[in-house]
Design a protein around this ligand. Structure first.
Ligand code: ADP
Ligand code: ADP
Length: 227
């Protein structure tokens, strides 16, 4: 469902992605690891069009992202993104944060969007926070709301950009548990993280990047057996 063919990315003169070739199939859970600045975030942001690539080809859900006819709004609807810093709307309640997209983009009725949002809040363990504002939540709770918000759009795939890096250690487990459940439900996921426990336990594939290149791309088992 996601294919990189000979992808290059330059930020000005800086060569951020070098000859990236990757195919990610439906239902795969792929973890990308590598040092800071190695291009992990650039790979993720390319997939849903937050970054454009400089050359090569990038296919998402059978659509060529370079094709002018490709509707990028549709791509961003199909491929959700969870950010390090949550990006919740501060002046909306948790429930409103989740229902906004479904109402505006999926044209769901208020009642339907609220019903589905409450089910998602149950799933992430935060049904009692529906009427709270983001500032009243811990970082871990905010991130679980952000995941629920992404799921409310019924995406085909979810991208996670260091979803636990901004959290206090004691909150990381709850967020990883939610991500694990999402994976078990069959979601296609690409996760940039330093959480090797999550990688080992949940990912079926590990990609190691350094200096803009994919240095290793292997199934999780063989990665941990032959490091
Ligand atoms: P990672 O996610 O592995 O930390 P990034 O993909 O964020 O790496 O960044 C890769 C490199 O590209 C870094 O050196 C970063 O400073 C640079 N970079 C990222 N975004 C931009 C940008 N918008 N303009 C210029 N350089 C950028
Ligand atoms: P994070 O560490 O949270 O991933 P970064 O500090 O790497 O965030 O990047 C934050 C934003 O700044 C991103 O949109 C990224 O593309 C951009 N950026 C990163 N490095 C550079 C750079 N060297 N020049 C310009 N923009 C950059």
């Amino acid at each position: 469902m996601i294919e990189f063919h000979d992808v290059e990315k330059y930020y000005g003169d800086f060569h951020a992605l070098k000859n990236i070739n990757l195919t990610i199939d439906k239902g795969e859970v792929v973890v990308i690891i590598g040092p800071s600045g190695s291009g992990k975030s650039t790979v993720l942001r390319s997939i849903n069009g937050l970054n454009t690539i400089s050359s090569g080809q990038l296919i998402v859900n059978n659509r060529d992202l370079a094709d002018k006819k490709t509707d990028m709004n549709k791509i961003r609807r199909d491929v959700g993104m969870v950010f390090q810093h949550f990006n919740l709307y501060a002046n909306k309640t948790v429930l409103e944060n989740i229902t906004l997209g479904p109402q505006l983009v999926l044209k769901q009725s208020k009642a339907q969007s609220q019903k589905e949002a409450m089910a998602l809040l149950e799933q992430v363990g935060l049904a009692d926070k529906a009427q709270s504002y983001p500032r009243m939540l811990s970082g871990g709770q905010k991130q679980r709301v952000a995941i629920a918000r992404s799921l409310a759009m019924k995406p085909q795939a979810l991208l996670f950009d260091e979803p636990t890096s901004a959290l206090d250690p004691e909150m990381i487990g709850d967020v990883l548990d939610v991500m694990k459940k999402v994976a078990e439900d069959g979601m296609t996921m690409v996760v940039v993280t330093h959480e090797m426990g999550f990688a080992r336990e949940v990912a079926n594939r590990l990609i190691f990047m350094a200096d803009g290149e994919v240095l290793e791309d292997s199934d999780t088992k063989s990665f941990f057996e032959h490091p």
